[in-house]
Design a protein around this ligand. Structure first.
Ligand SMILES: [Mn+2]
Length: 348
């Protein structure tokens, strides 16, 4: 296993000089389907362990250096056999970048190497309808010489869990799901209802559960309505507050949108008597981990580190050379930068 994981990281760094047996790796990845299939829709992480949370990677080459930064590998690329932390990927490992196939395989194999400590959630790109168009399908064709194994990758997508809970926080690729009401608002679903969704579908667009589609596609916005993306809904701070309240949770962490600083506080707690200077608790935060997304967005990438009920962020710019510079900081430093939103209509 270590050799394969090393090989996957090596091919990301140096694709031309690395040889890799994708057929053999897919054979091993097959065994992950059974274990992923055992997981509930909402996985519950161990609150006592510190936890790194990673947003969209989209096949950008970040995992070799993130692995070293968080202590998964040492400077020689040897894997830490007994990690004292958890790792949560929030989906959209695939499509867009050059190494989306390796990224997916690496993340899935990590769940086998570190059972109960590494989790991968499903993003909207881990679906047949998106991955067949936005990169993974042609990448597999280019790298394997045929596309017959795409079906097996779809089997992996189907069994990925769709949300996680850790230290009273909710983690999901797009956002929490709501039942649309005739009033125009949405009723937040309970964790029990989310766990009852049939997640094992290939085409999420054809899913009977609108909730599954929403969890992979929703975005925080200023009104509750069908999303401009053509799938899912936009949800407000009031919707988020209602979801957190009904489930006894504190904050939603999600991915799915580029953030200029790599992460962004999208929504803060609604207060009865608003005071400009009063600190407001974050209730919805975006984490995006692909720097300079698609080689044009110019954004930083971030990963979050949760420890003892505190969250901090590790941000980085896309490397001009092969070396990423990591910058550790807290939430406050980001508030000062008044992050801007991506314009509506941006396809992520
Ligand atoms: Mn997404």
């Amino acid at each position: 296993m270590n050799e394969i994981l090393r090989a996957l990281l090596a091919v990301m760094v140096n694709p031309k000089e690395s040889v890799i047996d994708y057929f053999k790796i897919l054979e091993i990845a097959k065994t992950a389907i059974d274990s992923l299939n055992q997981l509930p829709n909402v996985v519950v992480l161990d609150d006592s362990l510190k936890t790194f949370v990673i947003g969209d990677i989209h096949g950008h080459v970040v995992l070799p250096q993130i692995s070293q930064e968080i202590g998964l590998t040492d400077s020689e690329g040897n894997f830490n056999e007994d990690i004292d932390f958890q790792l949560l990927f929030m989906g959209d490992m695939v499509d867009r970048g050059n190494c989306s196939f390796e990224t997916l395989l690496f993340c899935v194999l990590l769940t086998l190497k570190y059972p109960g400590k590494v989790f991968c959630l499903r993003g909207n790109h881990e679906t047949a309808e998106i991955a067949s168009i936005y990169g993974l399908y042609t990448e597999m064709e280019r790298k394997m010489g045929n596309t017959s194994y795409f079906e097996q990758v779809l089997e992996i997508f189907k069994v990925l869990p769709i949300a996680a809970i850790y230290q009273e926080n909710f983690f999901v690729h797009g956002g929490p799901p709501f039942e649309p009401l005739e009033t125009g608002d949405g009723r937040p679903l309970t964790i029990d209802e989310i766990n009852a969704i049939e997640r094992r579908v290939t085409n999420v667009n054809e899913s009977e559960s609108h909730a599954l589609l929403q969890m992979l596609w929703n975005d925080p916005e200023y009104s509750f309505r069908p999303s401009y993306r053509g799938a899912g809904f936009t949800f407000t701070d009031k919707n988020t507050t209602a979801f957190l309240k009904v489930n006894g949770l504190k904050c939603v962490y999600r991915a799915h949108q580029v953030a200029p600083e790599g992460h962004r506080i999208d929504q803060t707690a609604i207060q009865d008597a608003p005071q400009e200077s009063a600190p407001k608790d974050s209730i919805c935060v975006t984490i995006f981990s692909a720097p300079n997304y698609c080689n044009y967005a110019g954004n930083k990438g971030s990963i979050a580190l949760f420890t003892d009920n505190e969250v901090s962020y590790i941000s980085y710019t896309a490397p001009e050379s092969s070396r990423i510079k990591f910058d550790h900081h807290t939430e406050e430093s980001v508030f000062d930068d008044a992050p801007t939103r991506m314009p509506s209509g941006t396809e992520i």
